[in-house]
Write a protein that binds this ligand. Structure first.
Ligand SMILES: NS(=O)(=O)c1cc(F)ccc1F
Ligand SMILES: [Zn+2]
Length: 268
């Protein structure tokens, strides 16, 4: 009943998960929702994108705050000196705000976007907002061109990802929802990006409630590699703030209808 969904926090279980979000968050039922299945055969190679190269410049930062949001971990990384521009972003400059990731109960699933129906083991999101047009992240999230999110797929392999290890090493300190700590290591967001910079791009939304339709998505084609052990550590985070232990074993939204949206690709 509505009362039950009203009472419960949104999440990823059958009673409060993606299938019922639209009851509480009307935008979740909109026509430009994310994620989507990336059907590579319909992706149009847009010469326009080839022309305007996507460029990014990040600072290396230490003592970034990492938080257990109850739905996963999030690193707050407001970087006034960072810039993401070009590609599908027109003339506007986007600034890094935070990064986080999504994963599944097993490594057979976990990414939000899928490629020709194939899910990856996880997906990292580097979230940026349009500082050319808007005065704050919150304001930008109310506009169709407010945010730009870079998505990077995780493949499971034998080499552990050193940058992800800096995140993993703090997770024991933020086991419970609401806990946060500072990451002592220096983090350079550039190191999260794959070497091949080809990507797909389309207009979409936040993949968690309220699912605002405010995101220009840029999803890299090439995954980065993490280890099963690193993903196992993600799944040890608790969704609760107290002694009760409800592990965050999955926090990905399944693909939503692309509808008549253009899906463009750029082979950088
Ligand atoms: N998963 S997401 O990158 O679409 C996202 C980013 C935010 F800043 C807030 C909510 C979100 F769901
Ligand atoms: Zn995300």
């Amino acid at each position: 009943t509505r009362a039950r969904v009203m009472a419960a926090e949104w999440g990823y279980s059958p009673t409060n998960g993606p299938d019922v979000w639209a009851r509480l968050f009307p935008q979740a039922g909109g026509a430009r929702q994310s994620p989507v299945d990336i059907c590579t055969s319909i992706a149009s190679s847009d010469s326009n994108l080839e022309m305007k190269k996507l460029t990014f410049a990040y600072e290396s930062q230490s003592d970034l705050r990492i938080l257990n949001t109850g739905h996963g971990w999030k690193v707050e990384a407001p970087q006034s000196g960072s810039r993401l521009e070009g590609g599908p972003l027109g003339e506007d400059i986007y600034q890094l705000e935070q990064f986080h990731c999504h994963w599944g109960e097993t490594s057979a699933e976990g990414s939000e976007h899928t490629v020709d129906g194939r899910a990856y083991a996880g997906e990292l999101h580097l979230v940026h907002w349009n500082t050319t047009k808007y005065q704050s992240f919150a304001e930008a999230a109310q506009h169709p061109d407010g945010l730009a999110v870079l998505g990077v797929f995780f493949d499971v392999g034998n080499e552990s990802n050193d940058e992800i290890e800096k995140i993993v090493s703090t997770l024991s300190e933020i086991k419970f929802k609401g806990q946060f700590t500072d990451i002592p290591d220096v983090i350079d967001p550039t190191t999260f990006l794959p070497s091949g910079l080809g990507y797909w791009t389309y207009l979409g939304s936040l993949t968690t409630p309220p699912c605002n339709e405010c995101v220009i998505w840029i999803v890299y084609k090439e995954p980065i590699t993490v280890t099963e052990e690193q993903l196992v550590q993600f799944r040890c985070l608790s969704a609760c703030s107290g002694e009760a232990e409800e592990f965050i074993v999955k926090n990905y939204r399944p693909p939503q209808p692309l509808g008549n949206r253009a899906l463009r690709e750029c082979n950088a």
